[in-house]
Design a protein around this ligand. Structure first.
Ligand SMILES: N[C@@H](CCC(=O)N[C@@H](CS)C(=O)NCC(=O)O)C(=O)O
Length: 211
């Protein structure tokens, strides 16, 4: 049955449209325009109490009852458990999937997100410290990913996983946080391979904005 995806055209929203497309799950998009405050709509808060996109409603939840899920990492795990796809069973790859998913949720998301915030501040004295701090840390995270991808094709190892979907959502925004992927050749190789996948391309093309 059709999954209801509540999202907007942002890295965290795109992670889920990419995963849904890759998994071949039927879904319907409900745009939550966070530039217009729609994330505070009481109906949305019922499924996403932290007033952030994305959230889903899965009609086939536990016991066949609908279930809502917020937090993109939880959504990815839910979809992977539901389909058994992109969720390696081999123990080392399974642990690696969790590690790199948490790496993204705790670091490679919140940190470049701060770059996107500070870069937009007009006042140079308000912008300078935060922008340098978060740009330096963003580049450090790219270097961490570059080392991993220098040794493995995907983040979990030989096989693509939900960790790749989580990370590609944010890597997609590298122009906005002003990172040149040529400085991180293994990330660049992985990014090109990810973007060449038809499912990933569809996930980035599906409209997540109105008009
Ligand atoms: N940890 C959350 C973060 C979600 C998040 O930050 N969403 C942003 C857009 S990318 C949002 O909805 N912002 C609206 C707001 O903060 O009011 C997740 O991964 O789902």
């Amino acid at each position: 049955m059709t999954i209801e995806l509540h999202a907007f055209d942002t890295p965290n929203g795109r992670k889920i449209s990419v995963a849904l497309e890759e998994m071949g799950l039927p879904y319907r998009v409900h745009v939550v325009d966070i530039t217009k405050g729609e994330q505070f709509d009481p109906a949305f808060l019922k499924i996403s109490p932290n007033n952030k996109i994305p959230a889903i409603v899965d009609p086939d939840g536990p016991g066949g009852a609908p279930i809502s899920v917020f937090e993109s990492g939880a959504i990815l795990i839910h979809l992977a458990e539901r389909t058994g796809r992109f969720w390696p069973r081999e123990p080392a790859a399974h642990v690696a999937t969790m590690e790199w998913l948490m790496f993204q949720m705790g670091g490679f998301g919140p940190i470049p997100g701060q770059v996107h915030h500070f870069i937009a501040i007009d006042d140079e004295s308000d912008r300078r410290y935060g922008l340098k701090r978060f740009m330096d840390e963003t580049r450090r995270l790219y270097a961490v990913m570059d080392r991993r991808l220098g040794e493995h094709e995907f983040f979990a190892g030989a096989d693509i996983s939900i960790a790749d979907f989580a990370i590609v959502g944010w890597a997609w925004r590298h122009p906005r946080h002003q990172v040149d992927l040529a400085d991180f050749p293994h990330v660049q190789r992985w990014y090109r391979a990810m973007m060449a996948r038809p499912g990933v391309a569809r996930g980035f093309a599906v409209p997540l904005r109105r008009g």
